[in-house]
Ligand binder design. Structure first.
Ligand code: OGA
Ligand code: MN
Length: 298
């Protein structure tokens, strides 16, 4: 794998077989012409380059079992174990790398996490000192409507900040909360506290440089219980609200409407994502992997 530097996203790259088609929204591209169960090194290098250029890649109509999903994910690096599910179950039997996102209940027990409600803007597992660099989410079963997932571009959001604000936040660190997951569920083993100074989490720079692209980005993680280290809580809250007001702008985001067999691979450092709620009486089943980062955010 080569980690090359690209200052500006290119419009498209094509060969006879591979097409990278930007979403035309704030982030993301669809990659066409690949079967992810069978990728050679040349194709994989193109995927990595497109991923650096567009931060989120969509591959439609992929036929992957958990072994294929793990094998493809491993091309990018070692895998993190999935977070403990909300039920306290650790993982799919024999596959600690797979995180199940689902509202389906079997024998009274949810088979996955996040239910059918909204999942608020976040990036995965940033409450760890070394969060995963990538997540891959594969759609197995979907409701007929709802459950769309949006992604936002944290490079563009940083770039859009006024110069004075960029200067103000240049050396601030932020605690990413580890109390709640993005569905609002309390993580296993955590005693909840809503004092953002006391809640568990990891402290990262608020402005980071992407280690592969060299571009600067805002690193917010999630809003609830976030805390800007060393500031009075009221001051931290006000500054966070100001920064988050840029996240809500539609020009920085792309909303993905899922089809079964879609695989979406996102850069977990320079994007955040959120999910719409859907009818709890319908079924949605997704399997996710998370690829380790070699470096702490810096
Ligand atoms: C995730 C996640 C949203 C969704 O898997 O990390 O946030 O669309 N999923 O299910
Ligand atoms: Mn997530």
């Amino acid at each position: 794998m080569t980690a090359s530097i690209h200052d500006a996203p290119r419009a498209s790259i094509s060969t006879a077989d591979i097409n990278v088609v930007p979403t035309g929204r704030g982030v993301g591209a669809e990659v066409r012409g690949l079967n992810l169960a069978n990728i050679d090194d040349t194709a994989f290098a193109r995927i990595v380059r497109a991923w650096h250029d567009h931060s989120v890649l969509l591959f439609r109509d992929q036929h992957l079992d958990d072994h294929n999903l793990i094998a493809f994910s491993r091309r990018l690096g070692d895998l993190d174990w999935a977070p403990v599910q909300e039920t306290g179950r650790r993982f799919v039997e024999g596959m600690p790398e797979i995180y199940v996102v689902s509202n389906v209940v079997v024998n009274g027990e949810p088979i996955g996490s996040l239910g059918a409600g909204e999942s608020v803007w976040h990036t995965d597992m940033s409450y760890l000192d070394v969060p995963p660099k990538a997540s891959m989410l594969y759609a197995l079963e979907l409701p007929s409507t709802g459950g769309n997932t949006s992604f936002c571009n944290m490079y563009s959001i940083y770039d859009a900040l006024p110069e004075g604000l960029k200067t103000r936040i240049a050396n601030i660190k932020i605690k990413h909360d580890g109390t709640y997951n993005s569905g609002g569920y309390i993580r296993q083993g955590v005693t909840p506290s809503d004092d953002p100074r006391l809640s568990p989490g990891a402290v990262h720079p608020l402005v980071c440089t992407h280690p592969d692209t060299g571009r600067r980005m805002l690193y917010l993680g999630r809003r609830r219980n976030a805390y800007l280290a060393g500031l009075a809580v009221a001051e931290s809250e006000a500054l966070l609200d100001q920064l988050w007001s840029y996240v809500e702008r539609p020009e920085f985001a792309w909303e993905h409407v899922w089809k079964v067999r879609d695989l979406v691979m996102w850069d977990n450092r320079c994007t955040m994502h959120r999910r719409d709620p859907f009818d709890p009486a319908s079924r949605r089943v997704m399997h996710r992997t998370q690829v380790k980062s070699e470096l702490r955010p810096a």
